[in-house]
Design a binder for this molecule. Structure first.
Ligand SMILES: [Zn+2]
Length: 68
């Protein structure tokens, strides 16, 4: 995250509805405002990387729900 950069972009795009920056859950990269997470995942990550990440999130959620 680069808060300064984000706030500058936000000011420049004051005429557009503000969309919060999306951070890729795999590489932690903040996506450009005109890119979707889906585009980024398809273009920058392999199917295996995405699958592994989804599996990890699911495992954590299951562990948490059990411990609660
Ligand atoms: Zn990424």
């Amino acid at each position: 995250m680069h808060p300064v950069t984000v706030s500058l972009e936000r000011a420049e795009r004051a005429d557009m509805p503000f969309t919060p920056p999306v951070e890729c859950p795999i590489c932690r990269e903040t996506l450009a405002l005109d890119r979707t997470l889906e585009d980024h995942l398809v273009g920058s990550h392999t199917q295996r990387e995405v699958a592994r990440r989804l599996a990890a999130v699911r495992e954590r959620a299951e562990v948490r729900s059990v411990s609660d």
